[in-house]
Write a new protein. Structure first.
Length: 110
Protein backbone atom coordinates (compact mmCIF):
# COMPACT_ATOMS: atom_id res chain seq x y z
CA UNK A 1 0.00 0.00 0.00
CA UNK A 2 1.88 2.99 -1.35
CA UNK A 3 0.13 5.78 0.60
CA UNK A 4 0.68 4.08 3.96
CA UNK A 5 4.38 3.57 3.25
CA UNK A 6 4.79 7.19 2.12
CA UNK A 7 3.12 8.50 5.29
CA UNK A 8 5.18 6.13 7.45
CA UNK A 9 8.40 7.47 5.93
CA UNK A 10 7.34 11.11 6.35
CA UNK A 11 6.36 10.53 9.99
CA UNK A 12 10.07 10.04 10.68
CA UNK A 13 10.52 13.76 9.89
CA UNK A 14 7.16 15.28 10.90
CA UNK A 15 6.49 13.80 14.33
CA UNK A 16 4.22 16.21 16.19
CA UNK A 17 0.57 17.14 15.75
CA UNK A 18 0.19 20.81 14.89
CA UNK A 19 -3.46 20.69 13.78
CA UNK A 20 -6.25 18.16 14.18
CA UNK A 21 -9.32 19.36 12.29
CA UNK A 22 -12.63 17.56 11.82
CA UNK A 23 -15.03 18.93 9.23
CA UNK A 24 -18.26 17.74 7.71
CA UNK A 25 -19.89 18.15 4.36
CA UNK A 26 -23.59 18.88 4.01
CA UNK A 27 -25.81 17.68 1.21
CA UNK A 28 -29.08 19.54 1.52
CA UNK A 29 -30.38 18.91 5.02
CA UNK A 30 -28.20 15.83 5.57
CA UNK A 31 -24.62 15.42 6.68
CA UNK A 32 -23.01 13.36 3.96
CA UNK A 33 -19.38 13.01 4.99
CA UNK A 34 -16.92 13.75 7.80
CA UNK A 35 -13.26 14.44 7.00
CA UNK A 36 -10.21 14.73 9.23
CA UNK A 37 -7.10 16.79 8.50
CA UNK A 38 -3.96 16.19 10.53
CA UNK A 39 -1.02 18.56 10.12
CA UNK A 40 2.31 17.25 11.40
CA UNK A 41 5.46 19.30 11.98
CA UNK A 42 8.94 18.72 13.24
CA UNK A 43 10.06 20.21 16.57
CA UNK A 44 9.90 23.10 17.37
CA UNK A 45 6.33 23.23 16.12
CA UNK A 46 5.85 26.98 16.52
CA UNK A 47 8.40 27.94 13.90
CA UNK A 48 7.34 28.50 10.31
CA UNK A 49 8.67 25.36 8.77
CA UNK A 50 7.68 22.59 6.44
CA UNK A 51 4.74 20.48 7.39
CA UNK A 52 2.94 17.34 6.36
CA UNK A 53 -0.80 17.66 5.77
CA UNK A 54 -2.79 14.43 5.67
CA UNK A 55 -6.47 14.50 4.70
CA UNK A 56 -8.53 11.50 5.69
CA UNK A 57 -11.78 11.53 3.73
CA UNK A 58 -15.04 9.92 4.78
CA UNK A 59 -14.05 9.08 8.37
CA UNK A 60 -16.14 6.81 10.59
CA UNK A 61 -15.86 5.61 14.17
CA UNK A 62 -13.47 8.35 15.32
CA UNK A 63 -12.09 7.71 18.81
CA UNK A 64 -10.02 10.37 20.56
CA UNK A 65 -8.03 10.00 23.72
CA UNK A 66 -5.59 12.48 25.24
CA UNK A 67 -4.08 14.56 22.43
CA UNK A 68 -3.01 17.38 24.77
CA UNK A 69 0.66 16.53 24.87
CA UNK A 70 3.87 16.88 22.92
CA UNK A 71 4.41 13.20 22.27
CA UNK A 72 5.67 12.05 18.93
CA UNK A 73 2.95 10.40 16.91
CA UNK A 74 3.29 7.18 15.02
CA UNK A 75 0.23 5.77 13.36
CA UNK A 76 -0.43 2.71 11.26
CA UNK A 77 -2.63 2.67 8.21
CA UNK A 78 -4.09 -0.70 7.24
CA UNK A 79 -6.00 -1.60 4.11
CA UNK A 80 -9.42 -2.93 5.15
CA UNK A 81 -11.06 -2.83 1.72
CA UNK A 82 -11.47 -6.62 1.79
CA UNK A 83 -13.66 -6.32 4.90
CA UNK A 84 -16.43 -5.09 2.58
CA UNK A 85 -17.48 -2.25 4.87
CA UNK A 86 -19.45 0.29 2.89
CA UNK A 87 -17.16 3.09 1.66
CA UNK A 88 -14.34 2.24 4.10
CA UNK A 89 -10.89 1.34 2.80
CA UNK A 90 -8.44 2.16 5.60
CA UNK A 91 -8.08 1.71 9.33
CA UNK A 92 -5.89 4.29 11.07
CA UNK A 93 -4.57 4.02 14.62
CA UNK A 94 -1.99 6.02 16.53
CA UNK A 95 0.14 3.38 18.23
CA UNK A 96 2.58 5.02 20.62
CA UNK A 97 0.10 6.73 22.96
CA UNK A 98 -3.27 5.49 21.70
CA UNK A 99 -4.28 9.08 20.90
CA UNK A 100 -6.78 8.34 18.12
CA UNK A 101 -8.24 5.73 15.82
CA UNK A 102 -10.78 5.72 12.98
CA UNK A 103 -11.63 4.25 9.60
CA UNK A 104 -11.82 6.22 6.34
CA UNK A 105 -12.61 5.99 2.65
CA UNK A 106 -9.57 7.78 1.16
CA UNK A 107 -6.30 9.49 2.09
CA UNK A 108 -4.60 12.49 0.45
CA UNK A 109 -1.25 13.97 1.50
CA UNK A 110 0.46 17.28 0.73
Amino acid sequence: MKIAHEIYEKQKIYKYINEFLVSREFNGDKCSRYDLTIVLKDFPCWEESEKLTINFLGIKDLKLNNIENLFQVCFNINDISEWQLEKLKYSVKENENNMFSFMCNDIKIS
